[in-house]
Design a binder for this molecule. Sequence first.
Ligand code: LMR
Length: 330
Amino acid sequence: MALALAATLLPTAQAAQAAQPIVIQFSHVVAADTAKGKAALRFKELAEARTGGKVRVEIYPNSQLYKDREELDALRLGAVQMLAPSLSKLAGLGGADFEVFDLPFLFQDHAMFRKVVDGHIGKDLLQRLEHSGIKGLAFWDNGFKVFAANRPLQSPADFSGLKMRVQASRVLVRQMQALGSEPSVSPLIDVHEALRSGALDGEENTPANIYTQNNTALETYLTLSNHGYLGYAVIVNQQFWERLPPTLRSQLESALRDTTLYENSIAEAENTRALERIHSEGKLHVYSPDAQEMQQWRSALAPVYRAAQAWINPGLISAIQSLGATPVQH
Ligand code: LMR
């Protein structure tokens, strides 16, 4: 009797289980009110609609679940299924060439960054993540980074002795050393508190990231150096992705294609909006270096290229430079 009862219950239990949506946990480290944060929400909407509810996407912004390094470990272990970390953070998974994106003044404009990531270089780099059980699906933009600190940063000499936050990238560490500052690698979510306690004096980031982390309350000077580009790769746990039913996977790919177009169309405007807010709030001194000052930054940072060739393929650096309108000599 008990067996007969179990036998009649089983199909119902299986049916109930089959009706459960597949959950994608998408963790990220920036505020919801950024290009990446908005795109994560757009992906959720599109993915849930196109799979007819067979997939549920849960978004965890602002390091709610994991900080910078931890989220990469969580993805490998399958504790979350999707991330969009900065390219700077991917060297540990895909090899040191990912740090090429951190070289100062490598990208002349946003179009040059897209030419690199949308071409064979981007494709090859994403494939390298597969040794680590990660599948790279898309590149998203943020924009050009600026310097911000509790002291004016008008020339390289002003960096002397300042404790400056960087992401975990040897190129970024060298960059801050070349300027005479003390680089400190820390997760984004810890920067605000470190600025408040005096453990940090400043950082480099995009205006949108600086503004939405509320660091403008603590850094009173911002220099529009536009010295480096911050971009992202959208990555998933490969085993999770490959085990999805093919129809669902292609619906998710289509949702991600449209989300990528959306993200890349709003990123620049998010940074412009952050700068407008910074100007209108009037709490920060915003400095625009002139051409001669920009040349001083380039000269001060040129040694970073020589150092980085010890771990980044020099052929990759020159292939990227050749995609610019006028390759810059370092
Ligand atoms: C940072 O750590 O500063 C950035 O990578 C954060 C982000 O994801 O934009």
